[in-house]
Design a protein around this ligand. Structure first.
Ligand code: IPM
Ligand code: MN
Length: 358
């Protein structure tokens, strides 16, 4: 029986709605297994700017440091996107949070769910069986290099140290050892010096994992291969921006961006967030898919070592997919269920699901 303090950064747009469902699911898990999960709601993103002027207020950061884990909904608001002159932006809060908590590895599982194969615009026979795990470096590269504006130009520097590459590479190799023992490094080593360093370091790190097969792909080719033959991938290791772009692309394989969870980990802290954004057009409409957020909660349970609990959540999600309890990103508007209905169904499966065989 565990006692865990969870900070929730519901954020903007659909963030609060999907967080609410994930919290309900986690409370159901707690009830079923006797764990005590406490949820402390804090401000981050555009809502924090509106309330305090700061996208990541000191109180929020402090609460995150003291928590056992952080759950994040989504951040972002179009009023900042369309204003290039904005001095404070919601995204700065998220980047500062990742950096401050030392969350250097962002883990994004992507798979083609059997029940959702017809939902993907990609041909079923191409995506069937695809099951991959992205390791996206999260606190370096072009996101965090020096940036600036000159009179008629702008720049964003991309820098990586050996240390930054090696630590995420080790995690990716370890994950590969527990899967199909294949790791693909995605880079642009034919052009970028940082990518050549990635290759060099990965070649050094792989020596410690002789049972893992390694291959190297240029990012442009990887973008094509993901759609052409996604089953070839097991673990994909890549730098910050390539990982951001490729994982959105890969969500098409799962059927919807609303299906993909993620875990961001470092030496100590851990944060769990869906890969989707704040989907402002859907805000308050009770139509967003809560599954990415709920599965992010399941990744948190795994992080706590609660494997049976996480597995129960996965089975409950599977049940929703099989019974076609789907939000409108996955079905026609007339057949669609609401965010709350999908959440409630998953909660009922968590409370009532059979434990044997898990
Ligand atoms: C993500 C998002 C963020 C990123 C944005 C909101 C800064 O797209 O988590 O994938 O680019 O990392
Ligand atoms: Mn992204």
């Amino acid at each position: 029986i565990l006692n865990k303090k969870i900070v929730v950064l519901a954020g903007d747009g659909i963030g609060p709605e999907v967080c609410q469902e994930a919290i309900r699911v986690l409370k159901a898990v707690g009830e079923r297994f006797g764990h005590e999960f406490s949820f402390d709601m804090q401000l981050m993103g555009a809502c924090a700017i509106d309330a305090t002027g700061d996208p990541l207020p000191e109180a929020t950061l402090q609460a995150c440091f003291e928590a056992d884990a952080v759950l994040l909904g989504a951040i972002g608001d179009p009023k900042y996107d369309n204003n290039p002159a904005a001095k404070v932006r919601p995204e700065q809060g998220l980047l500062k949070l990742r950096k401050s908590l030392g969350l250097f590895a962002n883990i994004r599982p992507v798979k083609a769910y059997e029940a959702l194969l017809p939902q993907s615009p990609l041909k079923e026979e191409r995506i069937k069986g695809a099951d991959m795990l992205f390791f996206r470096e999260l606190t370096g590269g072009i996101y965090f290099g020096e940036k600036g504006r000159l009179a008629d130009s702008a720049y964003d520097h991309c820098t990586y140290s050996r240390y930054e590459i090696a630590r995420v590479a080790h995690l990716a190799f370890q994950a590969a050892q527990n899967r199909r023992r294949k790791l693909t490094l995605v880079d642009k080593a034919n052009v970028l010096e940082t990518s050549r360093l990635w290759r060099e370091v990965v070649q050094e790190v792989r020596v410690s994992y002789p049972d893992v097969a390694v291959d190297y792909l240029f990012v442009d080719n990887a973008a094509m291969q993901l759609i052409l033959n996604p089953s070839q991938f097991d673990v994909i290791l890549t730098e910050n921006m390539f990982g951001d772009i490729l994982s959105d692309e890969a969500s098409v394989i799962a059927g919807s961006l609303g299906m993909l969870p993620s875990a961001s980990v470092g030496e100590e802290a851990a944060l769990f967030e869906p890969i989707h954004g704040s989907y402002p057009q859907a805000k308050g409409k009770n139509i967003a898919n809560p599954i990415a957020m709920i599965l992010s909660g399941a990744m948190m349970l795994e992080h706590f070592g609660l494997y049976q609990e996480a597995s129960l959540v996965h089975h409950a999600v599977q049940e929703a997919l099989d019974k076609k309890i789907l939000t409108q990103d996955l079905t026609s508007p007339t057949l669609a269920y609401s965010t709350e209905q999908v959440g409630a169904f998953i909660v009922s499966c968590v409370l009532g699901g059979v434990l044997e065989g898990l």
